[in-house]
Design a binder for this molecule. Sequence first.
Ligand code: ATP
Length: 206
Amino acid sequence: MKVVFGGTFNPVHFGHIKPLLGLCEEFGFPQIGMMPNFVSPFKQDKEMISNTHRINMLEQVVTEFPRLYLIRDEIERECISYTADTVQSWLEKTPSEHIVFVMGSDSYQHLHLWHKAQLLLKQTTIIVLPRNKPVQKNINLAHNLNTVKSDSILKKGQIYLAQTALYPISSTQIRHAIQNNQDCAKYLPQGVLNYIQQHHLYQHHN
Ligand code: ATP
């Protein structure tokens, strides 16, 4: 089973990390892969930093939290990749792989707009992490994750709502807090914060 959490991670924060650790604890996932997406260098500015910086911050996280690991497939492809195509490439290599794709409820609300969304839904199991607002659409609440304890019960083609705690944090808030010299220590691991400070990321004078 390959459990994957995709994102921009600009920067990675506890709202990403803590729900994933919660999922590992509750459902016995040995590890979850964090997969940063590739962002074109032409789109990078003060707010959108380089792919290398985002990877380096994730490296800090996976060193501190061994249950998390880094999946470099999309970022190293050096072009924008759709999740459905990434999943397809894994399944071509390992057709029997059970892929579980984890996403926040805000991403889930837009899932129907994703490239080849139906294929992605058919080929994976989706776990939705509750974020700020109540999650409503199409979620198979009958299979509440609280009761799911084994690989065999998580079914391909199904969407499950996790019962993880809410962490009302976003990368946007953190970027703005840094620009305004506000303290962010409680929102992200110290190693990530040190990295941001060392490289003067997200500051107006970049
Ligand atoms: P930004 O503020 O720049 O839009 P973000 O904080 O939403 O960033 P992303 O890297 O875009 O972070 O998100 C990656 C994934 O993590 C998405 O599926 C998103 O829904 C989820 N996510 C982000 N923050 C949280 C949070 N606080 N709680 C649960 N899920 C989250």
